[in-house]
Design a protein around this ligand. Structure first.
Ligand code: SF4
Length: 237
């Protein structure tokens, strides 16, 4: 009977809502330059006004997705030759049903993939913590206009759980549009007592690397890295 129960549970993993799967180069953060298969999930509970993936969101009116089984997603990833890095991105991968996400992660690990994820940090599938090799956690500052109140207070409690990960398995990435975002980034880092990699990424529309360079409090957080979206400057997806 136990065997049948297992079979039923496995076959019941719900389909995944996938916006796109593609091969490119990781363009953001401390793993920039690495050839990677991206799986972009559909949907996100946040509504950042400058989100650069509106077609992967439900509330924008331009969102679109394909429902694929876990095996279909895995097969599409494996179809790209000679690549063993995969990045789950969004949208928001952490809204995926736990059973489907675990099954996908276990399948990719068994196939030898190094798995990374890009998440806002607002939600977490606990079972994914040890199954994902590297976490990019991207809290949002006030320019995103995605929280009703103080974005620091809104995000710090959920972020604490993710910071239990070892430093070498995570980075905090802040998209910076203006000085208010820098205040919020510093507020989050201070509230967390953060230690580990920090990435400052100028917002793709109105953010300025020069302005971030001038305004960042380097004396307090001297090891932060200023890294723009390098794939866009290379003309890659
Ligand atoms: S958290 Fe990311 S995917 Fe979600 S709306 Fe904000 S920028 Fe877009």
């Amino acid at each position: 009977m136990a065997g049948w129960g297992t079979l039923i549970a496995v076959s019941a993993a719900p389909p995944l809502r996938i916006h796109e799967i593609f091969l490119s180069v990781q363009g953001e953060g401390i793993h920039a330059g690495e050839r990677t298969v991206f799986v972009r999930f559909y949907g996100c509970p946040l509504r950042c006004v400058w989100c650069d993936q509106p077609e992967a969101l439900a509330h924008t009116g331009v969102g679109r997705f394909t429902s694929l089984s876990v095996e279909e997603v895995k097969d599409r990833i494996l179809a790209f030759p000679a690549v063993r890095r995969v990045c789950l991105t969004g949208g928001e991968p952490m809204i995926v049903h736990k059973d489907a996400l675990v099954r996908l992660l276990d399948g990719l690990r068994a196939a030898g993939y190094w798995i990374s994820v890009e998440t806002s940090g607002a939600r977490l599938v606990e079972e994914a913590l040890e199954r994902i090799d590297f976490w990019t956690i991207a809290p949002k500052g006030r320019s995103a206009r995605t929280f009703d109140g103080d974005p620091v207070e809104a995000q710090v409690p959920a972020l604490r759980r993710l910071l239990a990960l070892p430093e070498e398995r995570r980075q905090l990435k802040f998209v910076i549009q203006d000085g208010g975002d820098i205040e919020d980034a510093v507020g989050i880092l201070d509230a967390l007592g953060y230690r580990g990699p920090i990435v400052l990424q100028p917002e793709h529309g109105a953010g300025s690397a020069g302005a971030v360079f001038e305004a960042w409090p380097w004396a307090r957080y001297p090891d932060a890295r200023l890294i723009p979206q390098t794939h866009k400057s290379m003309g890659l997806h």
